[in-house]
Write a protein of this length. Structure first.
Lengths: 134, 94
């Protein structure tokens, strides 16, 4: 399945609808479905928030192969941002000063089974993989 | 969809999916909280870092006055998100 979305937080409901249709079509287990929703939300909102791209769209593609699900997010951008690099999660910051920055990408990484980043000819591509329990 | 309400026992009840597009609804209620309270997660199906951020800001604000929110009835996936974020060290979770 593949679909294009406006680079806007208001697209999030449509993104979740896309993922829900994919999960139903592929009969994904509840955990895999949750993890994909969370990971895609975190990376999609990161793209929207930092607005690095020149284009106004984000392309999502979801594929199941056996017991592995792969989701790709693609955008046109002159500025690569490697989401596999360490983020500042502030775990060592005192509670009163702690901020949630970097937390979403950290949670997504921990829950996924694979995360890769490619940047080729102005296209930024984030690839998420999750193995299915059933 | 997401909703937040206060029941007749004063418990804050979260329902549905607390994602980045819905987080303003949670912020609107929680930012007005000025006393310790219980937040019931029984009907909350989903939370992302956006929801965690609102809860963190609420807890930080309340703690300055010696108050806190306690979180109850989380499902397994939501609890996993709190554990990975190490928010289980910040909140009392029951």
């Amino acid at each position: 399945m593949r679909q294009q979305f406006d680079k806007d937080i208001r697209s999030l409901d449509a993104v979740f609808s896309f993922l829900r249709r994919f999960a139903e079509a592929e009969r994904l287990d509840q955990r895999a479905s949750y993890v994909l929703d969370l990971a895609v939300e975190e990376f999609f909102t990161n793209i929207v928030k930092y607005g690095r791209g020149t284009g106004n769209d984000v392309h999502l593609e979801a594929i199941r192969s056996g017991r592995t699900v792969t989701v790709r997010l693609e955008e046109q951008t002159p500025v690569p941002f490697d989401v596999t690099r360490p983020t500042q999660t502030q775990f060592d910051t005192p509670f009163a000063e702690r901020k949630p920055g970097g937390l979403g990408i950290h949670i997504a990484r921990e829950m996924l089974d694979g995360l890769t980043y490619d940047y080729v000819d102005g296209t930024s591509r984030i690839t998420l993989t999750k193995h299915l329990e059933t | 969809m997401f909703s937040i309400s206060v029941n007749d026992k004063g418990i804050i009840v979260l329902t549905g999916r607390l994602d980045a597009a819905q987080v303003d609804k949670a912020r609107e209620v929680l930012s007005g909280l000025d006393a310790s309270a219980v937040v019931d997660f029984k009907d909350l199906d989903y939370i992302s870092s956006a929801g965690l951020g609102v809860l963190l800001a609420t807890q930080q604000r309340l703690k300055k006055g010696g108050k806190a929110i306690k979180l109850v009835n989380m499902n397994r996936m939501v609890r996993d998100v709190f554990r990975i974020a190490r928010f289980d060290l910040i909140f009392e979770i029951e």
